[in-house]
Design a protein around this ligand. Structure first.
Ligand code: IPE
Ligand code: MG
Length: 220
């Protein structure tokens, strides 16, 4: 979800205003994704590298996440949305972690769209933590396989993404789902994240429908 800062800058507003609008966009897109019958949606909200930003900005984003998790419970219930987390819980402030764990447990049985909040998430960090979990399993290192490592990722039951959408026009991965994205389709849009809505999501889904996925094979 990139482009919050540029959105604000273009309007001579503080970056925090961009994050606030980005949150509204996230809600629009979550609702649209649920309506479109999508089963899993991962929102890259905060990376392991985003801590390089000022304490003011990281504090503001964390505050937004905390507020949002608490305020949106009715929205989750009405739409059957289950909240999950990807990322390193150890690096999260205690109050955010408590709020996050509350949302995870309160929505655990909801059967609709699963929204995976990537918070303090880094693809490399996830792979390292997965290897650490694997190494702790009795005899696991004698039998290293893709399946074994996949089973130690943050959300092993969540399938690999079919489509990865990047807003704000940057052509890079930025440490997102490195392992899981092996055969994901990419959709890069110049539209800044705060301007995203159902229409933008539908354009991305339409582009995806026209892709031919071969997974390294040949057209059959
Ligand atoms: C939001 O966009 C991404 C988050 C880390 C929340 P940015 O804050 O990276 O926006 P730009 O890249 O400065 O426009
Ligand atoms: Mg950015």
């Amino acid at each position: 979800m990139d482009g919050n800062g540029r959105w604000a800058l273009g309007r001579k507003l503080p970056r925090s205003q961009g994050h606030l609008e980005g949150l509204k966009a996230a809600k629009r897109v979550v609702k649209a994704a649920a309506g479109a019958g999508i089963r899993y949606l991962t929102l890259y909200a905060f990376s392991t590298e985003n801590w390089k930003r000022t304490a003011e900005e990281t504090g503001f984003i964390m505050g937004l996440v905390k507020q949002h998790l608490r305020a949106e419970f009715a929205f989750y219930r009405e739409n059957g949305i289950r909240i999950r987390h990807a990322g390193n819980p150890a690096g999260l402030p205690a109050d955010i972690l408590a709020e996050l764990e509350g949302a995870l447990s309160e929505t655990r049985d909801f059967k609709g769209l699963q929204v995976i909040l990537a918070l303090n998430y880094g693809g490399r960090d996830e792979i390292i933590r997965a290897f650490t979990r694997l190494a702790e399993k009795e005899g696991a290192l004698a039998d290293i396989s893709e399946e074994a490592l996949s089973s130690c990722l943050d959300n092993p039951d969540v399938p690999d993404p079919d489509l990865i959408i990047r807003s704000a026009g940057e052509f890079r991965i930025s440490n997102f789902l490195l392992w899981e994205s092996a055969y994901a389709e990419y959709y890069i849009s110049p539209v800044l994240w705060p301007d995203w809505d159902e229409g933008e999501l539908n354009r991305a889904l339409e582009a995806y429908r026209n892709r031919e996925r071969r997974f390294g094979g040949v057209k059959g």
